[in-house]
Unconditional design. Structure first.
Length: 121
């Protein structure tokens, strides 16, 4: 399986905060919990990164507003604004105006002669 180019070192190069496990650590945790699966689906990694992102928003809400904020969904949602991090899945950032994820580049894959190829521009 091809590894994504995301690492604590890459985050530092891009002036982003690194959060969560490395790719190898996440894969080890995944295989520990799902030993019968050869490799995780893209959606499993995406979900794992979303959990890391949520944890970082909760930590930011706590820092900004105190301990009561971690139980206040509006405060946690506010904490997402301006939160730019990199995880094993890549950079993550939320557009405050739309609530959409804008930090992670999406890949466009195409099957060519039985092999998957990244044809993203």
């Amino acid at each position: 399986m091809e590894r994504a180019p995301y690492s604590p070192q890459k985050a530092q190069e891009l002036w982003l905060q690194w959060a969560g496990p490395t790719t190898d650590e996440w894969l080890s945790l995944f295989k520990q919990e799902c030993p019968n699966l050869e490799s995780p689906a893209y959606q499993a990694a995406e979900t794992g990164a979303a959990v890391v992102y949520l944890v970082e928003a909760i930590k930011k809400a706590y820092q900004l507003y105190g301990s009561d904020a971690v139980r206040d969904s509006d405060k946690v949602q506010e904490a997402f604004n301006g939160l730019k991090i990199m995880t094993f899945f890549g950079p993550l950032e939320i557009d405050p105006a739309t609530g959409k994820q804008i930090g992670h580049p999406m890949l466009l894959m195409q099957w060519q002669e039985g092999e998957a190829h990244n044809i993203s521009a």
